[in-house]
Write a protein that binds this ligand. Sequence first.
Ligand code: 5AD
Ligand code: SF4
Length: 460
Amino acid sequence: MASMIYHHDERAARCIAEHYEQPPLAYVHSYGCQQNVADGEKIKGVLLDIGYGLCDSPELADLILFNTCAVREHAEQRVFGNVGALKKYKQAKPGLIIGLCGCMPQQPQVVDKIRASYPYVDLVFGVNRIDLLPQLLTEKLEGKKRVLLEPGERPEVVEQIPAKRDSSYRAWLPIMNGCDNFCSYCIVPYVRGREHSRKPQDILQEFRGLVEAGYKEITLLGQNVNSYGKGLEEECDFADLMNLLCTVPGEYHIRFMTSHPKDATHKLIDTIAAQDHICNHIHLPVQCGSDRLLKKMNRHYTVEKYLGLIDYARKKIPDVTFSSDIIVGFPGETEEDFQGTLDLIRKVEYMQLFTFIYSKRAGTPAALLPDETTHEEKTERMARLLAAQEEIAFKLTAQQVGKRQIALAEGPGRNPGTVNFRLRNNLVVEIPCGMEWAGREAMVLPTGARGAMLTGELAL
Ligand code: 5AD
Ligand code: SF4
């Protein structure tokens, strides 16, 4: 896999400096998954690199960019709605540049729709083309009416794109792009393209930089981190990569997502068990608890194999916790299939569940399957799933009370004068203390549980 290096675009910087009397401001909003948030940080880094400032409100902006998500139809509709609402900004400020990027414009029908029905959108480019942004903005500022890139694959990984990170102590670190799994419901492989792993040395260099800059929590990102390493010249799987990263000295911990159960190995679990730097929390999306549907979803594991992995992890990693994604209402889901999902979540006892009602995505195999379950039935199943999960989460949360443990202070809690601390197992404890703790680690003692929320105190 070829990789290329991002270079500062002097021509774009000059063009922007000449076009505006003072540095223009950009408003960037990212929708969807952590990969997209990480991409959004790179978009901001590139904009700063060519002379833009950043702002938090679209009213102030000279450039508005929506970095979009295509996983569910509802998210796409929201983006179209929000783009529609920008028309008034353009009328008030004709020089305003409006752009759409990320996963949505990787679908030809989206670009067609923007071209035909949203004439005030100036800029469209798909995911993996962030490094082209300076050139696209230059074309626009030099007089081209609209710069709309057609969807396309990127045959190389682009390294060293500057990132403007949202936090000074939690960082996203993408280790790969794309996805080759083609789960039958999922649009991601079509919009993010084939899977490409970054080279271990490039990841190590970025990781070391983050640790040296004082980042305490580094989350390794990929659609399926467990298949990291395919196509690399040297042999290095995900466990090898984490072992390599853990050689960097410092005070930090590693999280990672997403782990596909079909590629989760005992070696990976042994590595999590052996390395103190790696959190004892695994996000292991199961999607559903029916072998019949797992097959139709093209997931390549059975409930039994999945539970075997959970058992192995529980034996090897003390206090390990799990979270998962669940799809309710996949085409043809029967009450019996759904009961399988309820059984499974009760067996595993997830700390957190991310739950989604199936959304039909044009171009995916599942979109062709008959789907006779009504929306009302699906919503009712979802309500039952959430009620079952609430019971589990409340029980697990209550079990944390009285266990002194390390946590990272993230930001203000819900109540005034409190700060939220995130435990290694991903639960949050609200603690009365000052904001000077933000970004620092401390030993904390959970003393009470309110639903899935813990309260506690510092236990230094
Ligand atoms: N409908 C509903 N949920 C979906 N996901 C992916 N595609 C769809 C879809 N078409 C969910 C899966 C995945 C998470 C990121 O989004 O649960 O793990
Ligand atoms: Fe979608 Fe499956 Fe790839 Fe995840 S692993 S991004 S659910 S195709």
